[in-house]
Design a protein around this ligand. Structure first.
Ligand code: AMP
Length: 281
């Protein structure tokens, strides 16, 4: 695996590859890799001649300094995992390499997608995401970039970003990888206490039950029902449960057969914030 820390070296290497007409798949990450990340790398490997993974803990997308400071960093292990799936190129830039001396976000208009769900609770988060994803796509210039549906709102926003800026890249969304007990894999899971880790699968269990009830209960009733379930779990604090149209990310007034809907959730387990979502029929 070729490892680069600077844009210049990475771009020079990729320019050479592109001359040989190699198709490039790209997987941006913040490291502390798990099987969810690796599933994206494997998919990119299947579909492209060359796969680039980036590891960059992007300061501008964190709304809390504490969360940024505590974000797990496991670069040695990450490199081994990437070698194990035959990743071709790893890009690990420093904060200065990406931002110079100006660590700030561009302001984006994602046609309202940025104001729903995560946008309501994490100020500036999607400006930070937009800033880093645009920068990385412009550096790597991949044919296709792969994102997990674990961060479904982010996926839709990245699609909007590519469309608005006419970026010559296909954005692909991939399924959520879960632990055996159903908890969505996340780099933050490693920071859960033993007690919180044990109770955390309750989030997906509740989502699955809500999915079964969708249709029989209306959205308001279902939201009330979910809130009630979390009241019974003192170790978990529900931040939001929302049913939204997959395209607009807005809660529908009326369910339409032709549209796709999804249930989204954010929960605090102690000071660790976990998100998850499921598609609804
Ligand atoms: P992160 O390192 O958390 O920024 O995630 C990097 C990419 O991996 C994003 O596209 C995430 O949506 C994706 N990802 C994170 N967790 C999972 C998961 N459990 N299943 C599938 N994709 C994931």
């Amino acid at each position: 695996m070729n490892i680069f820390n600077t844009k210049l070296e990475l771009k020079a290497f990729l320019a050479e590859q592109k001359e040989r007409a190699k198709s490039i798949g790209f997987v941006p990450t913040m490291g502390a890799l798990h099987q969810g990340h690796l599933s994206l790398v494997k998919r990119a490997k299947e579909k492209n001649d060359l796969v680039v993974v980036s590891i960059f803990v992007n300061p501008t997308q964190f709304d809390s300094n504490e969360d940024l400071k505590k974000y797990p960093q496991t670069l040695k292990n990450d490199k081994e995992l990437l070698e194990s799936v035959a990743c071709d190129v790893l890009f690990v830039p420093s904060v200065e390499e990406i931002y110079d001396n100006n660590i700030s976000s561009e302001k984006f208009n994602f046609d309202g997608l940025e104001h729903e769900m995560e946008g309501k609770f994490r100020e500036g988060h999607f400006d930070g995401v937009g800033t880093i994803v645009k920068a990385l796509l412009e550096i790597v210039m991949p044919n296709t970039a792969y994102f997990g549906k674990k961060d479904f709102q982010q996926l839709q926003i990245v699609k909007k970003l590519a469309e608005k800026y006419d970026l010559p890249v296909k954005i692909k969304g991939r399924p959520i990888y879960r632990e055996n007990d159903g908890l969505a894999m996340s780099s933050r899971n490693a920071r859960l206490t033993k007690e919180h880790r044990e109770i955390a699968p309750f989030i997906y269990k509740t989502l699955k039950k809500a999915k079964k009830k969708f249709g029989a209960k209306n959205i308001e009733e279902l939201t009330k029902w979910v809130k009630k379930q979390f009241k019974k779990e003192p170790l978990l604090e529900l931040e939001y449960f929302t049913i939204a149209d997959e395209k607009t990310l807005q809660t529908p007034k009326k369910i339409e057969a032709k549209k796709k809907y999804r249930a989204f959730i954010a929960v605090f387990a102690g000071d660790i914030r976990l998100i998850d979502n499921v598609g609804l029929k």
